[in-house]
Design a binder for this molecule. Sequence first.
Ligand SMILES: [Zn+2]
Length: 362
Amino acid sequence: MTVDSISPSGSTSPASSGSSTSDGTPIFLGIDVGGSFVKMGLVDGGGKIHAQTSVATKILKTPEGVFEHAMKFARDRIEEGLGQPFSLSGVGLAVPGVLDTQTYRLREVVNLPGWVDRPLLEILVDKCRRPAAVVNDANAAAFAEHAKLGLGRRSLCLVTLGTGIGCGIVVNGYPHGGDHGCAGELGHMAIRFGQDAIPCSCGSCGHLESYAGAPGVLSRLRSAYALHTGSGGVPAWLNEDTTPRELADHANDGDIVCLRVIDNTASYLGQAIGLLGQLIDPAVVLLGGAMTFGGSGTELGTRFLNKVKRHIQKTTLVQVGKHMIVDFATMGNDAGIVGAALVAQQNARRETLSNTEAQLNP
Ligand SMILES: [Zn+2]
């Protein structure tokens, strides 16, 4: 996601931004805001978390409440000692929803009523008095995975599969959000057209999410059971509360209808990732989220991944599909904290570089 940085008033570099401790190794505060919990952690420049906690979002409520709590957490942990002296050198914030990348206001977000249309970057700088960055949570997670893989100036997409389908994008080493904060809306990419295209939750038709988002998958599963001769119709376990995990369990038990629906899901996903690949040509695409059908190290997850790869290769130029590494994400729930902190670090470095340039070329 596109990010930006603002220095606190009077500060020209991270080193001069008034740490709460004596000089030490730079450390960055990552804050990952969700509808249920706010996660926060102190992360060093290599992406290692030295301390972390989470608080219910309904307790902290507003951006001001979250930032004040997070700064107290950071100051307290650094003062207690984390095995070595650290200096808080920047703060990164990851938020869900549509983040305007020019004003850093959330245009749309679910379950965060006190956060809509607030100038998040300004409030963050005011409360934290450090170089700061605000980034969409999908891009924060993608940036963390990108850093873990040491991809440098290469590009990565992190596709998150669940009720919706999101995608964090890092292009040539920088998070990419787009001008309207909507880059990476892979779930709303059209993969089917015409009268047969399934309606999407957004009001349009034929979007990936209506085929490969969890509700779309379960809907296809119901249809498949109804049509499959000998299946005995829609089974009792399949209802609106059925999880992707249950679907995977039945597939693992040899249910042919479940297996076929998972294969078709891989096909739809492979087509959409193929389109993404043609556009961005990333070195790596990772799959994460709740609907990876067991994921890494499982037979079903591997089958799903291989079918996704096959469909990517079938629908892309050889040079794109052949070289693209497709695998499962590995960072899980910590990716938002780490990514937010590392984006703050990237911004602090860019700020230092531009200050140095200005001094050399006044
Ligand atoms: Zn849609």
